[in-house]
Design a protein around this ligand. Sequence first.
Ligand code: MG
Length: 343
Amino acid sequence: MTLETAFERRTLDLEFPFTIARGTQTETEVVTVRIADEDAVGVGGAGPSAHYGETADTVAAVLPDLLAVVEDVGDPHQLERIERRMRETVRRNPAARTAVSIALHDLVAKRLEVPLYRYWGLDPTETVASSYTIGIDDTETMREKTETALERGHEVLKVKLGTDRDLEIVEAIRSVAPDARLYVDANEAWTPKEAVRKIERLADYNLAFVEQPVPAENPEGLRYVYERSPLPIAADESCVTLADVPKIADRCDIANLKLMKCGGLREAKRMIHAARAHGLEVMLGCMSESNASIAAACHLAPLLDYADLDGSLLLADDPYDGVPMLGGRIDLEALERPGTGAR
Ligand SMILES: [Mg+2]
C-alpha cells in the first residue's frame, strides 16, 4: 500500500492571553500531519510544549524521519510496529510522534468506517465532561472570565493558581460559581509546606482536587503534600511517560496524562491501564492544541475519571473542525463520524 504524507505549521491566536504560574502566552503554534491512502486521509495534530523541550521547529525537524517510518512500513494498521519504530527513531519529541499516531488512528478507523472509540471497543455514554480553564489574571478579571464560562454552559472549571493571592482567587470564583465543579492547578509553584498550608484553607471551597502543587523535581515533596492534604492530589508535570506511573503511585490520587507528553495514542492507553493498576484515578489533559489532536482525545474520554480537553476551546478560532464540546460536554453525535472526527 502506498501512503502519502504531509504536514503543515500554523500559528493560532488564543481567545485570551493565557497565564499559568510559569508564564503567559497569547498564541500557539501547532503542526498538523496528514497521512493518505487511495481512499481516505487521516489527520493528526501536535501541540508542542516548550516545558517539555518541544516547539513547532523541533516537531517540523523530526517529522520527515517519522513520516519516512510510516511510508516504509506502508500498512497503517501496523500501529504497534510504527509507534515502536518511531520511538526508536526519535526518543524524545513526543508531540511529533503523537501527531503521526493520531493521523494513523484516524486513517485506520476511517478505512474501517468506524469512529475511533468503536475501533477501541469503548462506550461513548461513559464520557465525562471536560473542564474549562481559567488562567491567572487579576482577581476581578478571573471572576469575569468565570462568569463568561458559566454563560457558555461550563459546569466544570479548572483554576490556575500559584500566585500570592490564591485564596482570594478561589474565594472570588466560588462566589460567582457556587455550584460549579472546581479543580485548581498550581503548576509546581508551591513549596511542600506552603502547599499543605494553602490546601488546608482551600479545602473550605469544595474543590475536587489540587493539581501539581510542587515541582516535579521534588518527588519527596509531592509525597509530603499527598500524605497531609485534605484534598485529592493530581500529578501532571510529575507524570510524563508510562515509566512515571509507578513512581507517582504512592504520591498522588490522580494521574494527569497528556497525549503530547506520552508520545501516542497506544502509549496513552497503556498509561491509563497502568495508572488504574496502581490504584490511581485518571485524567486526560492537553496542551494548547487544535481539534486536529483534541478530537482523538475525545474518543479516549470513556476511559477517564476527569477530562481536561479545552485546548481548542481556548483558541480564538480553530481552523480544524473536531468533536464539538458545548459547555465542555462531548457531542456524542459528532463522535459517530468515522475516525477521530477532525477535519
Ligand atoms: Mg496541569
